[in-house]
Design a protein around this ligand. Structure first.
Ligand SMILES: *Cc1c(COP(=O)(O)O)cnc(C)c1O
Length: 401
């Protein structure tokens, strides 16, 4: 990726889709904190409804569940960043995923998901969609033989993440999209770990791109939000569902998201660089068993990553030479990252997935999905990388004593 191309992304993160003239000549988009939008008289209501019927006043609304200018401004910026026609915000990433799936699937349909999808996404498909007569099949990422075998005449949606959690597997998007096009299925990609700075799936033909904006897009660990981007037709179909299901983003969170987005590119470039340094350091430390980072040649999808990604992201997963408790003790020796799920913000965060996200699973169930006891997920923030490495080093050196 050329330097200019990169610079352009940061300009978009700051300015894309904004109006040059804003309310009160303010530089910043205002927080329009209101539940309703009013009309001066009944003729204005008639005109408004006629325009809506003609599809002419998109984004304008009489009531807050149908739209808000603060949210609209962020949606337009995200659509430009993802190089898609439209975008739609939600209260959380899960709201974006569930509302979209409820839009594109109906009783009798079938969906194929990659098996290392976000746990709640898998559970939504396997438990909730099933209740409504929608079948799902999980296939390993990049196992195209398994994907072909899973296809049914009723397969309507292919869903994947990339990079995945926690092993940062990278989907061979062109090949996967080609399969979907052949069978006429809608493609949905949760690209939370990539951000539009590292990957723009729509360029490769993906229909609907999803993000938990709670992570990199917000970037400051102070909000929850979700977004989908895609063609006008796809996004509009989901918008209609959202008007009914109601998990909209509130204007104040949209403002925080707007503010966070402005530094998206510079944060992600820094996090790409820091995570690469951290991954290389970990690979060379004797207390580390193995490291998963798509920027390392040892990663199973390194070649695909090199071809598709503008950067390898801010998350590094690794196993240490220790059991469940020794891994926990290692995490406790770290002094910079906080112990908590999530990722993508300016603060470095760390988790032991076996203890945190999969606490309700037995060890056997965890191993079946390859969540090892000694696995650590480390999400870099924007702290000084030398400080992060020194901190990791002292905590890892503790294994010898
Ligand atoms: C966090 C996350 C989600 C869920 O998003 P919320 O904002 O927490 O609802 C979905 N997918 C991925 C990949 C995530 O990391």
């Amino acid at each position: 990726m050329s330097k200019n191309r990169k610079q352009e992304e940061s300009t978009k993160a700051v300015h894309a889709g904004e109006l040059r003239e804003k309310a009160h000549h303010a530089l910043i988009d205002p927080i329009v904190q209101t539940s309703n939008f009013t009309f001066p008289n009944s003729q204005a209501v008639r005109d408004f409804m006629a325009q809506r019927k003609a599809g002419e006043n998109e984004g304008l609304a009489e009531y807050g569940r149908y739209g808000n200018p603060t949210c609209l401004a962020v949606e337009q910026r995200l659509a430009v960043l993802e190089e898609t026609e439209d975008a739609l915000l939600f209260s959380t990433g899960m709201a974006a995923i569930t509302t979209s799936l409820l839009t594109f699937l109906e009783a009798g349909d079938h969906i194929i998901l990659t098996n290392d999808c976000y746990r709640r996404t898998r559970e939504f498909a396997g438990v909730m969609l099933k209740k409504f007569g929608i079948e799902s099949t999980l296939v390993p990422l990049n196992d195209f033989e398994a994907l072909e075998k899973a296809i049914r005449s009723t397969t309507k949606v292919l869903f994947s993440e990339t990079p995945t959690n926690p092993y940062l597997r990278i989907l061979d998007l062109p090949k996967w999209v080609a399969v979907a096009k052949r069978i006429g299925a809608i493609t949905m990609v949760d690209a939370t770990f990539a951000t539009p700075i590292n990957l723009r799936p729509a360029r490769l033909g993906v229909d609907v791109v999803i993000h938990s904006a709670t992570k990199y897009l917000g970037g400051h660990n102070d909000l929850l939000a979700g977004v989908i981007t895609g063609t006008k037709a796809h996004v509009q179909a989901v918008r209609e569902t959202l008007f009914t299901t109601g998990a909209i983003l509130d204007p104040h969170s949209a403002f925080l998201l707007s503010r966070g987005l402005k530094t998206l590119a510079v944060r992600v470039w820094q996090q790409n660089e820091s995570a690469m340094r951290v991954a290389k350091f970990l690979e060379g430390h004797p207390a580390v068993e193995s490291v998963w980072y798509p920027g390392l040649e040892s990663h199973p999808d390194h070649l695909i990553a090199k071809q598709l990604l503008g950067g390898y992201g801010g998350v590094v997963s690794f196993t240490v030479n220790g059991d469940f408790d020794e891994t926990a003790a290692f995490i406790d020796r770290l002094t910079i990252p906080f112990i908590t799920p999530s990722l993508g913000g300016v603060e470095c965060l760390v988790t032991q997935p076996a203890m945190m996200s999969y606490s309700s699973y037995t060890q056997e169930e965890r191993l079946a999905i390859d969540v090892k006891d000694n696995l650590v997920r480390y999400a870099v923030g924007i702290e000084g990388v030398e400080d992060l490495i020194a901190d990791l080093k002292q905590a890892l050196d503790g294994f010898g004593s």
